[in-house]
Write a protein that binds this ligand. Structure first.
Ligand code: MG
Length: 465
């Protein structure tokens, strides 16, 4: 009976924001951004307080979430020495890796990504080669197009026009960013309608709130937090349209909705906040990697739970595989853990995850075990700091000298991680890492043509994220 099969396989909608900080939603304490839809989503599901992305920057965070692996495991610690992927690089997510989309596709799901991919822009690395039936969106960050940097010389001065893709085809160059989220939402609604009668996986990877921020007038008028608040409101609105459509089609009860962000806020005056956490995007302080996460599945996940257990984005992979009855490849290591018992208990039982490792590029900088977090490095500097994240989530009181037993225990865990995944600063190569995908003759997806009638030949905002 197809209907019984479908009932056993929930639809999955994964909404991932770009650079949305821990303190940017009202339900996470923002005093300025209004997020009524997401607040209600949290009230109807679980809100996680201790959820981590596997990297404080875009590409490794996304690759890790989609494959269930720490970035160095899949060669995503760095990209020929760079933090994230840039237009026309020869590297990307290895076609032999198995994404959530590939797992679910094999289990009979319709799969679509709408929005930012950022796991490689060469044909071999695009979403359509990684389990997605369809793709509509920007292949990388919205500041990697032609943008007036105000005379400041930067690598970005030579970026080709920002491409908008459908499938593997560039359908527009330099799109109007203020209207792009509306177009994304329209695409999501269409996908949900077309696939209402079969299990589907929709990955909406927002452009917001990455700089530069071009937001629709309506949200700018209503914002008390400038363009940033308007972008957050637009993300909230987008969730509202999608949830309304689920309800209208009677799909609410059979759809797991996950909302999160790829890394913390830059928090440098543009309106974003990681409060009450320390640090920003690009750092392994809590503010870089601990981000909002909400999950709702009416009837299966009890409503109103606040989960204070340690969980990570890499756990989505085996969790969604379990829910879909999909097989995880047995021939490789992954780092994700199955959260289904935790979800069905409303987040009120112990997480299977006890430890989390913080990588910056290919260097292991910190580890969390239970309530404790040990830092051994920040960028080029060795440090020795220990924090009790339960008592001190803002990492302000260094207990390193007062807790030698705890330091020893976390040091041993980090040593084991080093030999497994490597640690560049320590000169240790990982035993269980796999290569990044690489092509011989890379090209950019677009090339500037002075005769092309671009709607935005040059983005005028100077900010880059
Ligand atoms: Mg990001």
């Amino acid at each position: 009976m197809p209907e019984t099969q479908n009932a056993a396989k929930p639809n999955v909608i994964l909404i991932n924001c770009d650079d949305l900080g821990y303190g940017d939603l009202a339900c996470y304490g923002s005093p300025v951004n209004k997020t009524p839809v997401l607040d209600r989503l949290a009230a109807e599901g679980i809100r996680f307080t201790d959820f981590y992305m596997a990297s404080p920057v875009c590409s490794p965070s996304r690759g890790a979430m989609l494959t269930g692996c720490y970035p160095p495991r899949i060669g995503f610690g760095s990209f020929d020495g760079r933090w994230v992927l840039f237009p026309g690089q020869p590297v990307g997510l290895n076609p032999v890796e198995t994404t959530i989309a590939a797992l679910l596709h094999r289990a009979g799901y319709a799969t679509q990504i709408v929005g930012k991919w950022h796991c490689g822009d060469q044909p071999e690395f695009l979403p359509t080669r990684h389990g997605f039936d369809a793709y509509y969106g920007l292949p990388y960050s919205n500041d990697m197009g032609r943008q007036n940097t105000g005379g400041r010389q930067s690598a970005g001065d030579t970026y080709p026009p920002l491409p908008l893709l459908r499938g593997e085809e560039v359908i527009q160059e330099q799109p109007d960013q203020a209207s792009l989220t509306e177009r994304y939402v329209e695409e999501c609604v269409r996908f949900i309608r077309v696939n209402a009668a079969r299990p589907f996986f929709l990955y909406l990877a927002h452009m917001y709130v990455h700089l530069p921020i071009y937001a629709p007038q309506r949200f700018l008028r209503e914002s008390v937090n400038g363009p940033y608040g308007a972008a957050v409101a637009c993300v909230d609105w987008a969730a509202g349209v999608i949830l309304h459509e689920l309800r209208r089609l009677g799909l609410e009860e059979n759809t797991l909705v996950i909302f999160t962000s790829d890394n913390g806020s830059r928090d440098r005056g543009e309106g974003g906040s990681n409060a009450p956490l320390r640090g920003t995007k690009g750092t392994t302080w809590e503010g870089g990697q601990r981000v909002p996460c909400i999950m709702r599945w009416p009837g299966r996940i009890p409503a109103g739970g606040i989960c204070r257990e340690l969980v990570a984005s890499m756990d989505f992979h085996p969790t969604l595989a379990a829910l879909a009855g999909a097989a995880i490849p047995a021939d490789r290591m992954i780092d994700g853990l199955d959260l289904t018992p935790l979800l069905f208990a409303g987040g009120q039982v112990s997480s299977p995850r006890h430890t989390f490792f913080y990588y910056r590029l290919n260097t292991l900088e910190a580890a969390r075990h239970g309530r404790w977090k040990l830092h051994v490095r920040k960028a080029d500097q060795a440090i020795a700091e220990l924090y009790d994240l339960e008592a001190d989530p803002g990492e302000s009181v260094n207990l390193y000298d007062r807790q030698p037993e705890v330091v020893r225990e976390l040091t041993a865990l980090m040593d084991a991680c080093r030999s497994d995944l490597g640690d560049e600063a320590a000169g240790v190569a990982g035993r269980n890492v796999r290569p990044i995908g690489r092509v011989d003759h890379p090209d950019t997806l677009t090339h500037y043509d002075p005769n092309h009638p671009y709607i935005e030949a040059m983005y005028d905002l100077k900010d880059r994220g």
